[in-house]
Design a protein around this ligand. Structure first.
Ligand code: C2O
Ligand code: CU
Ligand code: CU
Length: 543
């Protein structure tokens, strides 16, 4: 494995560097176009699309008045149609990339930031060395070349920084963008396209008095995860989407560090869900509300044809309880004595007595406004069936009768997977998976309390696995989650391809995940980015 002294030296070198705004810029000089390549383009890879991406510091106007210092990725198309890239100029959002299934893409990533970084293609099935594992982080002045074929089906994917212990800060500073894949099957459905296919990246941010991004990493905030004071959509506050009287395809992405949304239209219209993380469902589903955790995506169909010009509609996040027992759960007969500190902190957070945001998690607030502004004769009917999905079968798993359990836990200021914290180069026997196998995996968030001791903090954990998309087999909830769970229970979809699944306190979620084609390290982690940085992340070694 390529985790070397070099890597450790880099980690130390950058350990003290904070986010945009808090940075004293080192005196490195880096002229444009003079990045040194850490890996080479391969001669036998003939790209259909080639894009140069540069990470840099920038200033964008987000609020009225002073501009905000952010970390911005800017792209340039070297080969391919101009439609493959939209830089989202004027916002901190990274460029939107649009690829087709089967295309070979080369992405040349240049780092001009005062910190090391690396990008990960969330949801894509790519070789291990193209997946943006933190061990591939590059220094300022260096270039990493990604080359891969788009194997994924059509869907709303995204990409973001994945740098050791600073992913949360780097994503918060702006290092995240959309990656949209289309394919023939999807195109044949003639869903709303162009201006009527609207990606909506939902994030939360806090600003200081000088309009600069505020991020603090004190223990309370890390345990709960960062919660900003303001909702931004596509990098803008008070977001309004003007629409015509016709059908739209809305692609929602939760690009927040830790905030979970309970999405609903404020006039009671049910949400018509047509897709999830890994693309379209087999058929549309209607839900009164949907949960959307960090890392998850949701595609909605919304028809405005019956609405009046000038009418408005809000997408809101509704009230829900994120924890059972008001935030604290006791498991496995743990002892109170000797855990006073953990209990105090957990209790304060769960009870909301020391909420770190003016917009507490699980409260009721608007996300964005839709305003009907023009008449249009669109003839769009929602297809009854979308794209076929082959169900994975438990009996085809390599471990049908022996599911791999991943226990999620937070206690004593740490967030752990099976009691372990993230370490590079630390593969344990139960983390080795044979290539081309299907695995039955269960995420246990205090469902089965046996084997857990002490004071546990109840928190939802959006669990994400790199590599191929998976399918959800079942959700099981322990009785202790009763009332709290009822506030979220109908906001989940079992169907479709997923790469991130929200596991509520007291819940166990079982999935079937294929590990095909590529050997090497593929991560699994909590997508609450503060939890991830605290160590709630591990690697699987596929071999
Ligand atoms: Cu979106 Cu490993 O992450
Ligand atoms: Cu990922
Ligand atoms: Cu978590």
């Amino acid at each position: 494995m390529k985790t070397t002294n070099l890597q450790r030296r880099k980690l130390l070198k950058y350990a003290a560097i904070g986010i945009a705004g808090a940075v004293t810029y080192p005196s490195w000089t880096q002229a444009a176009g003079e990045f040194s390549r850490v890996n080479k383009p391969s001669a036998d890879f003939l790209p259909d699309v080639e894009i140069d991406l540069t990470m840099n510091t920038a200033e964008v106007a987000i609020l009225k008045g002073e501009k905000t210092r952010v970390w911005k990725i800017t792209g340039k198309v070297i080969k391919g149609a101009s439609g493959v890239l939209d830089n989202n100029d004027g916002t901190y959002l990274a460029p939107t990339l649009r690829f087709k299934k089967g295309q070979k893409v080369r992405l040349i990533l240049n780092n001009n930031l005062p910190a090391q970084s690396i990008l990960h293609w969330h949801g894509l099935h790519v070789p291990a060395n193209m997946d943006g594992n933190p061990m591939y982080a590059i220094d300022r002045g260096e270039t990493y070349i990604y080359e891969f074929e788009i194997l994924n089906r059509a869907g709303t994917y995204f990409y973001h920084a994945h740098t050791h212990s600073v992913t949360a800060r780097q994503v918060y500073s702006g290092l995240a963008g959309l990656l949209i894949v289309s394919d023939d099957q999807e195109q044949a459905l003639s869903l709303p396209s162009g201006d009527f296919d609207v990606p909506l990246v939902i994030q939360d941010r806090s600003f200081d008095g000088q309009n600069q991004l505020a991020y603090s990493a004190h223990m309370m905030q890390r345990m709960q995860g960062f919660l900003g004071d303001q909702i931004l959509v596509n990098g803008r506050p008070d977001f309004v989407l003007p629409v015509a009287t016709r059908a739209y395809r809305l692609r929602l992405v939760n690009g927040s560090n830790s905030r979970i949304y309970k999405l609903a239209w404020d006039d009671g219209t049910p949400l018509t869900v047509i897709g999830v993380d890994g693309g379209l469902l087999e058929s549309p589903e209607q839900h009164a509300y949907m949960m959307l955790a960090p890392g998850e995506r949701l595609e909605l169909w919304m028809d405005f044809s019956q609405r009046e010009i000038g009418s408005e509609l809000n997408l809101r996040s509704l009230q829900f309880d994120a924890a059972s027992h008001g935030g604290m759960g006791m498991m496995g007969g743990g002892m109170m004595g000797g855990h006073g500190r953990g209990m105090m902190e957990g209790g304060m957070m769960g009870g909301g007595m020391m909420s770190v945001s003016t917009l507490p998690s699980g409260s009721d607030y608007p996300l964005l406004k839709i305003r009907v502004t023009k008449k249009e004769q669109g003839n769009h009917t929602l297809p009854k069936t979308l794209t076929p999905i082959t169900p994975l079968r438990i009996k085809d798993a390599a471990n049908t009768n022996n599911p791999k359990t991943i226990a999620l836990s937070m206690q004593h200021m740490s967030a752990l997977l099976n009691g372990r914290s993230y370490k590079m180069d630390d593969i344990q026997p139960d983390e080795i998976i044979p290539v081309n196998s299907l695995q039955l995996i269960e995420f246990d968030n205090g469902f089965d309390g046996s084997g857990m001791h002490g004071m546990m903090m109840d928190m939802p954990h959006p669990m994400h696995l790199h590599g191929e998309q998976f399918q959800i087999v079942k959700r099981e909830v322990s009785s202790r989650s009763g009332d709290s769970y009822a506030t979220v229970s109908s906001g989940f979809i079992q169907n479709g391809w997923k790469d991130t699944v929200l596991v509520m306190p007291g819940e166990k979620v079982t999935i079937l995940k294929p590990f095909n084609d590529f050997k090497g390290l593929f991560m699994y982690h909590c997508h609450n980015l503060e939890h991830e940085d605290m160590g709630m992340m591990r690697d699987f070694l596929i071999k």
